[in-house]
Ligand binder design. Structure first.
Ligand SMILES: [Zn+2]
Length: 463
């Protein structure tokens, strides 16, 4: 990268103002008169920017063919064969002063190593001369060719931007230094990006972390295998998930959730023995029938022989979640949370009363997963609650029903209108036949009828 200033008229123009033309477009941004000095630029570029800041100028881009200042850079330069880059003579019996393992890597070391490294010394030469034509087209030079416009040399050290290009001899020590507090590879890369670079640094940093025994011992457990999601059953009460909640308020709660409808059943229990569990499940089965699959954890009351026999005799497939994989029975865990949270909020009345109110509220409101109330999915009808009374359609329906019942009753009463001497039967509440034959004689008020039986007795009966 060369900076050429050319003025056709008079050098004294620098005291006033001048126009700076360059055929290197990035310089128009780096040395822009309206911008501050880029702190990320290499130190030599920063020095140039500092020098130019003393002048009043306007910088603009002009292609090399039309830039007369470029003539300087087109002057022939003596050919330098990179293969003949002077190599240091082999040194014998020289005390190598940079061998201490604990000492940090210094610029003096980098300079020393850079001058001895054939690749880095060749690249340095190209950077200083600006002639990259002599560089060998081999793999080891490619990383430097890619960024050659951003390379610079400072104090005989090769820099890429602000980063020192570390010779091979110092790389291992630098990696150890970066990993001194055992950061992860991402952090190490971030730190290294501010200081050093060499081809393949990222993979070397990753390898360092993978090889570090301390990091391996302290690393998190590998990600768990994805949970096998239960499929949604096709019908209600086909698969139920069972677990215990508690002790809670001094009691155990047997919590059962239907995987299809998400309807929760819950029983308050004094103990969580298998016998008590079976009895409570039996009560639930009287309402909903037997299920096809029952999912539980590995609690002793579920794994014992008695419970297994209960499952077998009722034709229920018992599935137990994997040990230490509580999430595999997550549906009932959620149900347990719903019961616990509900009982913490609903506190008026006895525990069973509170539980009933919690369950009614849960079953009658739309479920977040299905969008339908559990009761609707389980029983194909919505539960009537106190809130249902606010709906006018239900009030009217109830009202109409009551009106209809009154009409039917009135009709029946109207039928009980007899003429004198009509044959009738009277219901006998005593011994003998159930209905006694007789004739209607009179009516007292609107609802009491007098009947004369065949044996001469007269009965007064309410119609
Ligand atoms: Zn480590």
């Amino acid at each position: 990268m060369r900076l050429c200033v050319w003025d056709n008229q008079d050098a004294s123009v620098f005291a006033w103002s001048f126009e700076l033309e360059t055929d290197h477009k990035p310089l128009t941004f780096l040395f822009s008169e309206n911008k501050g000095i880029n702190t990320n630029a290499s130190s030599c570029v920063q020095r140039w920017a500092l020098m130019l800041s003393s002048y009043n100028y306007t910088i603009r881009y002009r292609p090399g063919t039309g830039n007369c200042g470029d003539a300087l850079s087109r002057l022939p330069v003596p050919f330098t064969d990179c293969n003949n880059t002077p190599q240091p003579a082999d040194l014998v019996l020289v005390i190598y002063v940079f061998e201490s393992n604990n000492s940090p890597v210094t610029a003096a070391q980098v300079r020393f190593w850079s001058n001895r490294d054939p690749v880095l010394s060749a690249v340095k030469h190209c950077v200083m001369t600006g002639d990259w034509s002599c560089i060998l087209d081999s793999e080891e030079y490619k990383p430097y060719l890619c960024c050659r416009d951003e390379l610079s040399v400072q104090s005989e050290c090769l820099l890429w931007g602000r980063r020192v290009i570390m010779p091979k001899q110092g790389r291992e020590k630098l990696v150890s230094e970066l990993h001194s507090t055992h950061p992860g590879s991402v952090t190490m890369k971030a730190i290294a990006r501010s200081h050093v670079w060499w081809p393949g640094i990222d993979s070397e940093l990753e390898s360092c972390v993978h090889r570090c025994d301390t990091c391996m011992q302290l690393s998190k457990s590998p990600a768990e295998s994805p949970l096998s999601l239960w499929s949604w059953p096709f019908k209600p009460w086909s698969r139920i998930h069972v677990d215990f909640a508690g002790l809670f308020f001094g009691k155990m709660f047997l919590v059962v959730i239907d995987a299809f409808s998400k309807c929760i059943e819950c029983s308050i229990m004094s103990t969580s023995t298998s016998a008590a569990t079976i009895e409570n499940l039996r009560v639930m089965f009287t309402t909903h029938g037997l299920d096809d699959v029952l999912v539980s954890d590995n609690g002793s009351c579920f794994t014992c022989q008695e419970f297994q026999e209960f499952m077998r005799l009722n034709g229920i497939k018992h599935v137990r979640s994997a040990p230490f994989k509580l999430a595999s029975n997550g549906q009932v865990d959620r149900a347990v949370q719903i019961i616990k949270q509900g009982l913490r909020r609903v506190t008026q009345g006895a525990l069973q009363t509170c539980l009933s109110r919690v369950l009614l509220g849960y079953r009658s409101r739309p479920h977040t997963v299905t969008g339908v109330s559990p009761a609707k999915l389980l029983m194909k009808r919505e539960l009537k609650t106190r809130l249902s009374l606010v709906h006018p359609d239900i009030s009217e329906a109830v009202d109409n029903k009551r009106q209809g019942q009154k009409y039917d009753h009135d009709c029946m009463v109207a039928l009980h209108d007899f003429a004198v001497n009509d044959p009738v039967y009277v219901l006998n509440h005593g011994l003998g036949v159930k209905w006694l034959p007789g004739v209607f004689t009179s009516k007292e008020g609107t609802r009491v009828f007098c009947v004369k039986l065949k044996d001469g007795h007269t009965l007064r009966k309410r119609g």
